[in-house]
Design a protein around this ligand. Structure first.
Ligand code: HEC
Length: 132
């Protein structure tokens, strides 16, 4: 008699679990189109074949030259030539400061580059920091 009740109970619990997992997966499929569908479009960031002159230099010129270019050498650092930028990139400093890694002053001072710009510079570094 007791074991029958136990069996019934186990069955009831199983039923509930099944029902729960079912309704959960339903929720997921229903809510997905609402989130992704007409929502914010995924921004695209082209990081393929990043080149110094075409891709990296404009970012550095816009965000860094006010303090590290045209004769200005904040912190003793100038970035206004390929060789100078490459020195910072090769040492790991460039990526460290723009990703706000610990142990280095975060750059650009008072702000942060967009993820896309950071990824472009990272990609250029990973391809060997070519002067192209
Ligand atoms: C508003 C001025 C300003 C801007 C803009 C700026 N920096 Fe700096 N940068 C500084 C100052 C000041 C220092 C020295 C800070 C220190 O040593 O604490 C510095 C230091 C550095 C250093 C040396 C860090 C070290 O540990 O030796 C690097 C590399 C650097 N900046 C890269 C950049 C890059 C790359 C950008 C653009 C993405 C940039 N900075 C934008 C002011 C600036």
């Amino acid at each position: 008699m007791k074991s029958k009740i136990n069996l019934l109970l186990a069955g009831a619990v199983l039923c509930c679990l099944l029902a729960l997992s079912c309704s959960k997966s339903n929720e997921a499929t229903v809510s997905n189109p609402g989130n992704g569908g007409g929502g914010t479009p995924t921004p695209t960031c082209d990081t393929v074949n990043m080149q110094y002159t075409a891709n990296v230099l404009p970012i550095i010129r816009t965000n860094c030259y006010s303090c590290h270019g045209n004769g200005v050498t904040s912190g003793g650092v100038s970035l206004d030539s390929y060789d100078k930028l490459k020195t910072q990139a090769a040492s790991g400093k460039l990526l460290a400061v723009i990703t706000h890694a610990s142990g280095v002053p975060p750059m650009p001072q008072g702000g942060k580059l967009s993820d896309c710009d950071i990824n472009k510079i990272r990609s250029w570094i990973n391809r060997g920091m070519l002067n192209n």
